[in-house]
Design a binder for this molecule. Structure first.
Ligand SMILES: Cc1cc2nc3c(=O)[nH]c(=O)nc-3n(C[C@H](O)[C@H](O)[C@H](O)COP(=O)(O)OP(=O)(O)OC[C@H]3O[C@@H](n4cnc5c(N)ncnc54)[C@H](O)[C@@H]3O)c2cc1C
Ligand code: FES
Length: 508
């Protein structure tokens, strides 16, 4: 069971072969999560000679790392004029430098393998969604100040219709399925063990320990939570970031029809474009249309993306893939990487990926390995999960006000009056007395029903028609429609089953 029902383009066949079921009796360092962040951390720790156990409830790359579009960018998507305001000029420079170092690290690993994972250095182009150039000019100065090699261009080659753009040198693209495989093989070759289990608790201090959902304990010298969203604490980091749902379509395109570049606009929500080499020729990947998880579900998101792509990109007609995934937006644009925000020692976290999670996850692995080894790292303060969001307080207040407003669902009526109104394969929240029940109608007409109360902090979940999941509008936890199992944290327990409407429903 991956984190969503739609299928991304990357191939992960048999990548998780060799996982050991359950937890071993002991490990030096436990890394929870086998996405790009967890695997990079494990690789670096193993290179330092540590005995590392990676635990994942699904296997390798079953979270957002296989739903990504894998733009490898030091030209970060939150604008350098914002980053300089939030983190100061030096912070913006360190941010650019750390993402460039992550791309270099990925390149070295890909080039040292038999398979180069389709790694290609390409330019990046940022264009204005409404044709106005003032924001581009502002970003040009801020990006230069941050140390990026960037220029103002009258247009993007082959795409003059997109208008003027900033051109960033030394960005890159990669085939994420092949890269995850190389990362996993490198970990295995360095002695990393892989275990299949769900972790329900993690603590630090003098005796760091993880506890599986079945109650098995695994003590270690250090624990790293690399689960995209941490599940082990309720507040410390979750009030500083917000979950967004984002959409992607992909399909074949004639060789040479589009420039080989990363291209994105500055709209809100924004759109982006990149190419991919496949055995069947060139493909184009187009993404965007983000909205807050559990809010504003729009069944037309994929259609709108396709229309946008056909309007903007000559030679792009048909799409064969469509999928969605989860982005975690930190209020001040940079990930939270380092010692746990709750202050526990020997407990580390990587979260807040933003749209730059492949490079955030990679630099996160390098940074955490340094912290565990006691080495100085110039990026540690910038990414510290305990940092205050003083200069980003406007965004922080806006996101938390939005969360508070979601609790009003508890006093509102249900989406439908009676479960029988549901077609097979659909779900809705139904009010039953004082309770809100999340009801899904299965293919055979039976119901799967759960309390709509999110186990994290009690918001009411909502139905996602695209992914056929229950999504929490507060901090982005998601749950399987049929079983109530967690698909995305921060919830660390499933939805509670409800006897109604299976029992005591009265006559139809
Ligand atoms: C559509 C889309 C496009 C994107 N495009 C880009 C892009 O172009 N460039 C870029 O840099 N980033 C991009 N991102 C972001 C990037 O893909 C993610 O930030 C990154 O993959 C997150 O990696 P991760 O290792 O932190 O988490 P994940 O890959 O989600 O891995 C977390 C793992 O933890 C496991 N897990 C969770 N909870 C538990 C538990 N309790 N017990 C055991 N295991 C658990 C999960 O099974 C999962 O395997 C995109 C994301 C999406 C969704
Ligand atoms: S994810 Fe926090 S209340 Fe649901």
């Amino acid at each position: 069971m991956s984190s969503a029902r739609t299928l991304p383009i990357w191939t992960l066949d048999r990548i998780s072969d060799g996982f050991r079921p359950g937890l071993p009796p002991s490990a030096d360092v436990v890394v929870v999560g086998a996405g790009v962040a967890g695997l990079t951390t494990a690789c670096r720790l193993a290179q330092d000679g540590r005995d590392v156990c990676v635990v994942d409830r699904e296997g390798i790359g079953q979270g957002e790392s296989s739903r990504t579009t894998a733009h490898l960018a030091s030209a970060l998507d939150d604008r350098f004029y914002h980053l300089a305001h939030w983190h100061g000029a030096e912070g913006a420079r360190r941010a650019a430098e750390s993402h460039a170092a992550a791309i270099d690290w990925i390149e070295r690993l890909a080039m040292s393998a038999d398979d180069d994972c389709g790694f290609r250095r390409v330019p990046g182009y940022l264009f204005s969604y409404d044709g106005k150039t003032d924001r581009l000019e502002k970003e040009l100065g801020a990006a230069r100040d941050a140390g990026l090699e960037v220029s103002f261009e009258a247009g993007i080659p082959q795409l003059p219709n997109l208008g003027p753009a900033l051109r960033f040198e030394n960005q890159a693209r990669i085939d994420m399925g092949r890269y995850l495989r190389i990362l996993a093989e490198t970990c295995r070759a360095s002695g990393v063990k892989f275990c299949l289990d769900e972790i329900a608790e993690a603590t630090g201090g003098d005796s760091p320990t993880v506890v599986s959902a079945a109650g098995t304990r695994l003590p270690a010298a250090a624990v790293v939570i690399a689960t995209d969203v941490p599940f082990h604490e309720r507040f410390a980091v979750h009030t500083k970031q917000a979950a967004y749902r984002t959409y992607v379509v992909a399909g074949p395109v004639d060789e040479g029809a589009l420039p080989d570049a990363l291209i994105w606009d500055d709209g809100d929500p924004y759109h982006y474009i990149r190419l991919l080499d496949t055995a069947d020729g060139k493909w184009v990947i187009v993404g965007g249309e983000d909205h807050k998880t559990g809010q504003d579900h729009d069944p037309k998101a994929f259609v709108r993306l396709q229309e946008w792509a056909r309007e903007k990109l000559p030679g792009v007609h048909s799409f064969t893939h469509a999928w969605s995934g989860q982005i975690i937006e930190p209020a001040d644009g940079l990930a939270f990487i380092g010692a746990d925000a709750g202050g526990e020692e020997n407990l580390y976290v990587i979260t807040g990926d933003s749209g730059n999670g492949i490079t955030h996850g990679t630099l996160g692995g390098l940074l955490i390995a340094d912290l565990i080894a006691g080495r100085d790292n110039a990026w540690a303060t910038l990414y510290d999960p305990k940092r205050k969001l003083l200069r980003a307080s406007g965004d922080w207040i806006r996101e938390n006000t939005n969360v508070a407003l979601q609790y009003r669902d508890w006093v509102e009526s249900g989406d439908i009056a009676r479960p029988e109104e549901l077609a097979p394969g659909e779900g809705a929240v139904v009010r039953h007395g004082m309770h809100r029940i999340a009801v899904y109608r299965k293919g055979d007409g039976d119901f799967a029903a759960f309390s709509a109360q999110c186990p994290h902090l009690g918001c009411a979940v909502r139905w996602s028609p695209q992914e056929k999941s229950w999504d929490c509008p507060c901090h982005g936890s998601r749950f399987d429609a049929q079983t109530g199992a967690v698909l995305n944290g921060p919830a660390n327990a499933p939805l509670q089953p409800s006897a109604w409407p299976l029992e005591d429903r009265g006559p139809d």
